[in-house]
Design a protein around this ligand. Sequence first.
Ligand SMILES: NC(=O)c1ccc[n+]([C@@H]2O[C@H](COP(=O)([O-])OP(=O)(O)OC[C@H]3O[C@@H](n4cnc5c(N)ncnc54)[C@H](OP(=O)(O)O)[C@@H]3O)[C@@H](O)[C@H]2O)c1
Length: 290
Amino acid sequence: MRVLIIGASGFIGRYVSHRLVNAAGHTVFSSCNSRPPVDDGASWHPLEITDAAALDALFTVARPDAVVHLAAMADVGTAERNPETAAAVNATATEAIASLCERDGSRLVFMSTEYVFDGQNGPYRENDPPAPTTQYGRTKFDAEQAVASLASNWSILRTSIVYGWPAPARRNFVPMLVERLREGEPHHAPTNVYRSPVYVAHLVDGIVRLVEADDIGIHHVAGSDWVTMYEFAVKVAQKFGLDPDLVIPLTDPTDDRLGLDCTRTMADLGLPHPGLDDGLAAMRAAAPGR
Ligand SMILES: NC(=O)c1ccc[n+]([C@@H]2O[C@H](COP(=O)([O-])OP(=O)(O)OC[C@H]3O[C@@H](n4cnc5c(N)ncnc54)[C@H](OP(=O)(O)O)[C@@H]3O)[C@@H](O)[C@H]2O)c1
């Protein structure tokens, strides 16, 4: 299968590109923007997704059977501060990608987020009504609607907070927390902010399954534990052999109950549904330099 990964240079994209390159039977085309290509055996192409002509040209070169679209302004605060760019990158460019997939008969797997929900009543199921409250969430929901209306063969995959080893000089919550606790510094974590953390390699299992199976619709792929960020941080301390007492509980000004119920998707895709114990153990085992 010819697979085009848009946003392959990002945190999740690097793992998707590496996995598909090493899976039998795929020819992989990967896009990057500000970051240089990775030497993983994919064919790498610089791409600015708001450039419609450049997108068209990449589709012409790749002739993809399937497209995994991960490129986004993925930081909630950055999207809030740059609402127009967030809309152009997250929503308008996704419309263009969905239209190209429809034109070329390509399957589209679009990466979305729990932020399409309002955080009042998680964990959310696949058919719960979205009601985004942030610019990031609104632009991703606009993108979801474009995917579902413009493409014929599409999957939307929503996830929650993703943890794992990032590229050198990049950041991820778990490695940052581990470093902090190792230095004996306290970490304050809210007891009223809920997520369903997922280890990046487990998320990639779901992404790859959706590339290979024509399972049209909305899917939730996240960890099986719905926890507060305080519980998450304590679990990280325990699993990495660090002092959990350095994690200090605090109450956020507003309750935030995001997180995803993935029961239906995991059954539909026939995938195991690992939680924090398995995810953090797998992450430790994959530590760079081990
Ligand atoms: N990480 C999470 O916890 C999480 C949770 C829920 C959903 N998601 C979703 O998962 C996807 C990937 O997230 P991530 O954490 O891997 O994000 P990331 O590390 O910030 O990577 C974003 C990717 O998008 C590319 N990109 C950004 N703006 C672009 C533009 N204007 N033109 C072309 N490419 C552009 C980046 O390219 P360069 O880096 O080369 O510039 C990079 O490859 C996003 O759609 C995000 O909404 C992530």
